[in-house]
Design a protein around this ligand. Structure first.
Ligand SMILES: Cc1cc2nc3c(=O)[nH]c(=O)nc-3n(C[C@H](O)[C@H](O)[C@H](O)COP(=O)(O)OP(=O)(O)OC[C@H]3O[C@@H](n4cnc5c(N)ncnc54)[C@H](O)[C@@H]3O)c2cc1C
Length: 275
């Protein structure tokens, strides 16, 4: 159980940032992860007066405040319509509805957990994190940065016309994922991200290779072979580790299956669009 000595509901991000420079301070998101630890928190910083618990849709992007609950993202009509149900797929396995009503996207992405579903999924999209001091940082870069004492303010997800899909495998329905895969297709470029390896998510592929191989009027057996080969090649590039949930070799095999399913999902979205 954690303990808190002082509590400040801040009036500005500047105030939050200044308070957070002390090592004993902590920003409180949903508090769902923090409460499992035993930290002695000097000052708990509450951002809930800063109107950061909302999702805004503009012509070019979705802007998600750090205090937005996972549940609000999961149920957001605009995000799910644009990314073909990806938000729902990435979040539905996290514990339960009540939990997702509390946990925030700021707390989830800031921590960069190895098992993170949203980190893996947002990495497959064109996502930028807006940090108070650090400014706009592409998620691809943020994922491998060290922790500092900055504040994650919002995340920005581009509406760039990409098709996207998310797949995860869990030993039981609401356990941490054994493996997570995000995929997207932007024009001819396919991006594949792999998380819960069990290390932090990585971008395993970002190229036109798959589109080149699928070009022309291929018979279904050839399409099947090309996707399977692609899934296998991409999986070979990634290092998988072992933990209590699964061994590395099992994760590699799962990766091939989940990449295959994600690619199929995206191809069927494109077919639907053409009909
Ligand atoms: C039992 C359990 C099971 C889980 N299962 C899964 C799962 O299957 N898949 C998955 O992806 N996730 C899972 N999670 C993680 C969960 O979804 C959240 O990511 C986690 O609870 C953190 O979100 P929070 O809002 O509760 O953050 P908090 O606990 O409030 O904060 C977490 C950390 O982030 C910092 N922080 C919070 N907000 C900010 C901010 N805006 N800027 C800078 N720092 C900030 C805090 O200071 C703290 O260090 C699980 C968590 C638990 C407790």
């Amino acid at each position: 159980m954690y303990t808190i000595q002082g509590y400040v509901k801040v009036k500005s991000l500047e105030e939050a940032y200044e308070l957070n420079q002390k090592k004993s301070s902590a920003v409180i998101g949903g508090g769902m992860w923090l409460r499992l630890g035993s930290r002695a928190i000097g000052t708990a910083i509450d951002l809930s007066d800063l109107e950061l618990d909302r999702i805004e849709e503009t012509e070019d992007e979705f802007i998600i405040g750090c205090m937005t609950s996972l549940r609000n993202i999961e149920c957001h009509e605009g995000l799910n319509r644009y990314f073909h149900g990806m938000m729902k797929n990435m979040l539905k396995g996290i514990v339960g509805t009540q939990f997702r009503n509390m946990a925030t996207i700021g707390g989830s992405l800031y921590q960069r957990f190895g098992f993170s579903d949203p980190l893996t999924a947002f990495l497959a999209l064109d996502t930028t994190v807006e940090m108070y001091a650090g400014g706009m940082i592409p998620l691809d870069e943020f994922v491998s940065m060290n922790y500092d004492r900055d504040i994650l303010v919002r995340i920005h997800v581009k509406k760039d016309g990409r098709r996207a899909a998310y797949q995860s495998f869990r030993n039981t329905k609401t356990d941490f994922p054994v493996l997570a895969v995000g995929a997207s297709r932007m024009a001819d470029t396919w991006k594949v991200t792999i998380g819960a390896r069990p290390a932090r998510a990585v971008t395993a592929e970002n190229s036109e290779k798959l589109s080149d191989r699928l070009a022309g009027d291929l018979p279904e057996e050839a399409v099947e072979r090309v996707i399977r080969e692609f899934a296998s090649e991409v999986s070979e590039k990634v290092r998988f580790g072992s933990n209590m949930r699964a061994g590395g070799e099992y994760r590699r095999m799962l990766s091939e299956v989940l990449i295959y399913r994600a690619v199929r999902d995206i191809l069927s979205q494109s077919e639907e669009q053409e009909m």
